[in-house]
Write a protein of this length. Structure first.
Length: 503
């Protein structure tokens, strides 16, 4: 068996052994009344349930019975494996159901680790009993179409298990957690390339593949251009922040060209090519969360998890206008994609400007206090033409870097906050940082729902009197958005951006 498959097999067995041992230690901790930490925080019943699954996998490994796919037996012929898989699914379901007892930001570490470790157990069990491992052990010189299809299905399921642990639970755990999952994905890529990869795979030929379409169905006019600068040093930018033209107003938005000119994402490893993105996401099998609908304040808005491959096929399209297979807008928005996919994180660098010391929010822009960041917060924004981020404010200073395509950005100063018609609590969620004004509707770019205006009625004349600045971001442009400035962002073409929050 080649190095990567052998390493992945050993890695799975070692993880199961670790979880089994940690559960036994956690059980003793709970029984002895010691302070709970790690898995011990789950309580004894859940710890014992996790330990039983780990112990069952190890027993099947030792007895040579964890060979369901390799031997061609069905679940009915190998009931112990079927029961084990059901037990793992039940454990994941039970742990996830407890997420609803907490706000997402307050999920206790032990609960996130429980879900992550249960995911690692399920991944290990499925890989060790898979056709994929059997092919690696017995050779794969001649794969039938049926067997290749089975391998594809198994690989997709393995990827899904680990991505759900990242997206839902943050891949928690000090011993395994994110590091274990990232390294396992790397091994899984090698295994996939050995068995399933082929020269016909479009992900393997990305250097010669087409780029995304530059088609723009609609382009708004720029009426009050944001100031543009040339290349700017960290020292010059700090001076810009420290000495605004109007001290009472604070620093104003600024368009800065060239910050991404030397990024691999814009040069040697281009995000503008679908084939490249497929090649960095296990052939597009990686799972990502997307927003479905015109914007997150619309009634029809929803969220779903899709593979990168399906997102590109169904919502982005390859290189020609109108090539996607649906008219529903889907947006990969404000997601920590670069933490989930280290291969893409390596394609960019954090701008030096994020290590300046920006001013505190103006009094009329100050909201709930936020902690000081040790490192900038990175989020990805990727979608087709027509994606909309409604008028809102952020709690941090922001550098929005345009990597692929073009975006329209409009900003209103903090002094205009009283006229922004901020939303209140909606469905138990504080929406006070989002405006009732629908810029696209008020400007006549988009139809209003039910014929209503975007600001809750009585609005076009009032809306038109509120001063703003705007711009169109070209590939390579960056817009500095000071904390407290209201901003509306609209994708004009297929667009990929990265935001850097810092304070």
């Amino acid at each position: 068996m080649p190095g990567s498959p052998r390493a992945l097999t050993a890695r799975c067995v070692a993880a199961v052994e670790q979880i089994d041992a940690e559960c036994r230690n956690a059980h003793d901790t709970v029984q002895n009344g010691q302070p709970s930490s790690g898995l011990a925080g789950c309580g004894d019943p859940l710890v014992q349930l996790l330990q039983r699954q780990a112990s069952s996998i190890l027993e099947l490994c030792r007895d040579g019975r964890l060979t369901l796919a390799e031997s061609g037996r069905t679940g009915d012929e190998a009931p112990e494996t079927g029961l084990l898989q059901q037990g793992l699914d039940d454990l994941l379901s039970k742990s996830y159901s407890k997420f609803y007892d907490h706000l997402s930001k307050d999920l206790p570490p032990w609960l996130r680790q429980l879900y992550t470790d249960a995911s690692i157990l399920k991944f290990s069990f499925l890989f060790l009993s898979s056709t994929l491992k059997a092919c690696l052990t017995g050779g794969h010189s001649s794969l039938t179409a049926d067997r290749r299809g089975r391998l594809e299905d198994e690989l997709s399921e393995l990827v899904k298990i680990l991505d759900l642990a990242i997206i839902l639970a943050g891949a928690a755990g000090q011993v395994r957690g994110r590091r274990w999952i990232d390294e396992t994905f790397s091994l899984l890529e090698d295994v996939s390339a050995q068995i399933i990869g082929s020269p016909e795979d479009p992900a393997a030929a990305w250097p010669n593949s087409p780029s995304f379409s530059k088609h723009e169905p609609f382009t708004p006019p720029v009426k009050n251009p944001i100031r543009r600068t040339g290349a700017i040093s960290m020292e010059s930018f700090q001076a810009y922040l420290d000495r605004p033209a109007d001290p009472a107003r604070g620093p104003e938005p600024l368009v800065i060209p060239g910050l991404a000119d030397d990024w691999p994402a814009t040069t040697t490893r281009p995000w503008a090519k679908p084939g490249y993105l497929l090649s960095r996401t296990l052939g597009g099998r990686r799972l990502v969360p997307v927003e479905v609908g015109r914007s997150y304040v619309d009634e029809a808005w929803a969220q779903k998890l899709v593979t990168v491959r399906d997102f590109l096929r169904d919502h982005i399209g390859p290189s020609s206008a109108g090539a996607s297979t649906t008219t529903t807008t889907a947006y990969l928005a404000q997601h920590a994609l670069l933490a989930q996919l280290p291969a893409l994180r390596a394609d960019i660098t954090v701008p030096d400007l994020c290590y300046t010391a920006p001013p505190q929010p103006q009094s009329h822009a100050a909201g709930e206090a936020v902690p000081e960041l040790d490192e900038p917060l990175l989020n990805a924004w990727f979608g087709p033409p027509g994606t909309i981020t409604p008028l809102h404010t952020d709690p941090y200073h922001n550098l929005l870097v345009q990597v692929v395509g073009r975006k329209y950005v409009r900003l209103y100063g903090p002094r205009e906050t009283p006229r922004m018609r901020a939303r209140g609590r909606e469905g138990g969620v504080d929406m006070g940082n989002t405006s009732l004004w629908d810029v696209g509707v008020e400007e006549g770019w988009d139809p209003g729902e039910g014929g209503e205006g975007g600001g809750g009625g009585g609005g076009k004349a009032e809306f038109g009197e509120i001063p703003f600045v705007d711009c169109i971001l070209e590939p390579g442009d960056t817009v500095y958005i000071p904390v407290g400035w209201w901003h509306y962002v609209r994708g004009l073409s297929v667009s990929f951006s990265v935001s850097f929050w810092w304070n």
